[in-house]
Write a protein that binds this ligand. Structure first.
Ligand code: HEC
Ligand code: HEC
Length: 264
């Protein structure tokens, strides 16, 4: 006890304590960060997810898609669409569709991310289909090549979405939307699932690396479109991390002031 007390009084001891506190804060930070990042980990086991999803589905989707996703005259069979299609459709606000008929439009989502993942987990039990891409797959665009992405975009996407990604009319009164609101995850999922008249780009047609390059290119297009900078709302995990860092550093400052007062 007294040895520790003497040690603390030595010159430079407060610096040591500060380093120790820094280490503790960064360890704590990465631990908390791992906890908040994977949404599925926050919600609980696969089983509770499916149970939750089945209740949400019965309430909000079954009137058009049938209780077991078998389809009705108002909505298609969902037995092989997979979790990725559900995440794309629900997170972009297309589903639940307000009324059958015209082309479904992007709108404010009716379900939060956890409910969306639960719905996706439930629909995935109907049959095989593409899974929601992992966080690593989605974030791979940050390391991808813009010029390669531009080439792939012009050969695979521009005929419908326009060279600037601003969208365009298709036949039969349909249209391909502008790409400036879709998140990297939604772009990935759109390619995997081919909503409506968009073709499916399986991993054989476009490898995960090519998908990443295309996403990178679309991010560049969007950046040059609104020079105001990145929309903070779209980079959730980064904002949350920043928030934790600010708190962490605040705690550190208070702690070092306290040590300073004790040493004096
Ligand atoms: C009012 C009827 C209606 C409701 C309610 C509805 N859907 Fe749909 N859904 C449709 C129709 C019609 C389509 C086909 C739309 C299209 O491709 O243009 C569709 C398409 C989909 C697709 C894409 C299928 C594919 O082949 O890629 C998914 C996934 C989907 N719905 C999930 C849901 C989920 C989940 C809910 C509940 C949150 C829901 N839907 C609620 C009518 C509905
Ligand atoms: C044959 C035309 C066609 C081609 C080619 C095509 N798309 Fe699409 N895309 C569409 C249509 C139509 C929709 C709207 C679907 C809907 O409303 O359900 C769409 C929707 C999207 C969305 C959703 C946008 C939003 O705001 O929610 C993204 C992202 C997307 N496409 C990306 C791509 C990418 C990337 C490529 C190239 C790899 C591509 N598309 C190729 C027709 C096309």
């Amino acid at each position: 006890m007294s040895a520790l007390y003497k040690f603390r009084r030595r010159r430079g001891a407060s610096v040591l304590v500060l380093f120790f506190a820094l280490a503790v804060v960064s360890l704590g930070y990465s631990g908390v960060n791992n906890l908040i990042t994977p949404a599925s980990a926050r919600i609980g086991s696969e089983e509770t997810l499916v149970t939750k999803g089945s209740a949400l589905f019965a309430e909000g989707c079954s009137s058009c898609h049938g209780l077991n996703g078998q389809g009705t005259s108002d909505g298609p069979n969902l037995s092989a669409v997979g979790a990725a299609a559900v995440h794309f459709q629900v997170s972009s606000g297309r589903m639940p569709m307000a009324a059958p008929g015209a082309q479904v439009m992007r709108k404010k989502p009716s379900y939060n991310e956890e409910e969306t993942i639960a719905l996706a987990a439930y629909v995935a039990t109907f049959g095989p289909g593409p899974a929601i891409p992992s966080e690593e797959q989605i974030n791979e665009w940050q390391n991808a090549s813009v010029s390669e992405g531009g080439e792939l975009f012009r050969t695979n996407c521009a005929q419908c979405h326009n060279f600037a990604g601003s969208g365009g009319a298709l036949t039969n009164g349909k249209y391909a939307p502008s790409l400036n609101l879709a998140t990297p995850q939604q772009i990935y999922e759109a390619m995997l699932t081919g909503p409506q008249s968009m073709p499916i780009f399986s991993d054989k047609t476009l490898t995960p690396e090519s998908k990443a390059a295309i996403i990178r290119y679309i991010q560049e297009l969007n950046k040059s479109e609104n020079p105001g900078g990145m929309d903070l709302g779209r980079v959730g995990p980064v904002t949350e991390g920043l928030f934790l860092w600010v708190i962490g550093i605040g705690v550190l400052i208070i702690f070092s002031i306290w040590i300073g007062a004790r040493v004096r």
